[in-house]
Design a protein. Structure first.
Length: 394
């Protein structure tokens, strides 16, 4: 029998081989004792985050013994930024400005990024949004619903190497007696205010088990609200949750959708991507129509907003600009005003499992870095505005 006739053995061996190579590579470039961390920020960066002048940052920092002087320049850890926020917010009148998290009566916002087109920028969008929110003083929780676990990798968690079985969000969803409360799966990250529940290959089980559970429940819609219900127990601890969905319209994505209070559909404005999204939307309409009808009234999602986000956008590329214009013409305000521009700063950061907020500006040509971060910031600020509107604030 040739190797190819035993495809199972062949790819099984190749998978173990690759896992070993990756583990070695990681051990060489990122020792097991190393923890992912966030670089120190300059006064200008902190000023931008807190929307105050750099001189005010320096003054409040000096008054409170925050920041560190290195070679005559002051730099700040993210913990310093949190302390600065508290100090600035201590004047009651300006509290909202520095501690913008939700108040009584304002509901937990759960944002789902989705599309079944692979590589449309779901994970990149989720990671940057989560870090932006945490850096701007919101209590953020990231949930990686993708068996590929790319968002987990961006947060420094290699699901195969770092996680024992049962540590992913699958544990909160599973149907047997090993189901665990969401609280036990939430872990802190190296960013204050940002918590995370990793994904991993075991999530595939959920896709296989759900049809059986669905049958056993007599076809009631209740199997789809598992994620939604698990959020209820930790609701008070967060302001915003961002769920990164896998590139398919399976049961995991449906669970995310039913838990969500708002939806971001990422789309790269090119013909093939938009064609694929058209199919996604048609399927989404079919599937959610059936499920929403089956769900009891109290579980039916009531979305605050949904938006299309143009990703990896190159405004100078004729066909892309045309496709973007077409989407804006048809969908109007449902397309976000700001788009994520295509940038080597974003893709290069991704190669080392980082976001553009984590990399050092000095690693890039200034213009490249500045354009990229401006576009990412503008997208995130627009989503922040939608969150604030959902809370009834202007
Ligand atoms: N604005 C951007 N500029 C340049 N590269 C980008 C940008 N956004 C994403 N990328 C790169 O495109 C690739 C796909 O992005 P990403 O993983 O976010 O997509 P995805 O939709 O989550 O993919 P999947 O469907 O596999 O989950 C990544 O290598 C990422 O670094
Ligand atoms: Mg992804």
């Amino acid at each position: 029998m040739t190797a190819l006739q035993r495809l199972d053995q062949l790819v099984g061996e190749q998978a173990s081989d690759l896992a070993r190579i990756l583990a070695d590579h990681r051990a060489a470039t990122f020792p097991p004792t190393a923890q992912k961390g966030f670089r120190r920020l300059t006064g200008a960066e902190v000023g931008k985050l807190l929307a105050v002048a750099e001189s005010r940052v320096r003054q409040v920092a000096t008054d409170n013994g925050l920041g560190q002087l290195v070679n005559g320049r002051r730099s700040y850890s993210l913990e310093d930024v949190t302390a600065l926020r508290q100090a600035l917010a201590s004047g009651e009148r300006t509290r909202d400005r520095y501690l913008p998290g939700r108040r009584q009566g304002e509901g937990l916002q759960i944002i789902c990024t989705m599309n079944f087109k692979g590589g449309s920028g779901k994970t990149t969008t989720s990671a940057h949004l989560l870090q932006y929110l945490a850096l701007h003083g919101y209590r953020a929780l990231g949930v990686d619903l993708d068996p590929q676990a790319s968002l987990s990798a961006l947060f420094g968690i290699h699901s195969v190497i770092d996680l024992p079985p049962g540590a992913t969000i699958y544990s909160a969803l599973r149907y047997d007696d090993q189901r665990r409360p969401l609280r036990e799966l939430i872990r802190p990250t190296y960013i204050p205010n940002l918590s995370f529940v990793p994904g991993g290959l075991e999530l595939m089980e959920f896709e296989h088990e759900t049809p059986r559970a669905f049958g056993a429940s007599g076809g009631g819609g209740l199997v789809f609200d598992r994620l939604a219900r698990s959020f209820q127990s930790v609701e008070e601890e967060f302001d915003v949750v961002v769920i990164d969905c896998p590139p398919q319209l399976g049961y995991l994505t449906l669970c995310g959708l039913i838990a969500a209070t708002s939806v971001v559909i990422t789309v790269h404005p090119e013909m093939l991507d938009v064609m694929s999204m058209t199919q996604f939307l048609a399927m989404l309409a079919d599937v959610t129509g059936v499920i929403f009808d089956a769900l009891p009234e109290r579980l039916r999602p009531n979305y605050s907003w949904m938006r299309y986000l143009l990703t990896r956008f190159e405004p100078n590329d004729g066909p892309q600009a045309q496709m973007a214009a077409l989407l804006r013409a048809r969908f109007g305000a449902f397309v976000m005003l700001n788009a994520t521009l295509k940038s080597t700063a974003i893709s290069d950061a991704g190669l080392t499992n980082q976001t553009i907020y984590e990399i050092d500006r000095s690693q890039f040509i200034r213009g490249t870095y500045d354009r990229a971060i401006e576009s990412v910031d503008a997208v995130n600020r627009e989503i922040e505005d939608l969150i604030l509107k959902a809370w009834g604030r202007s």
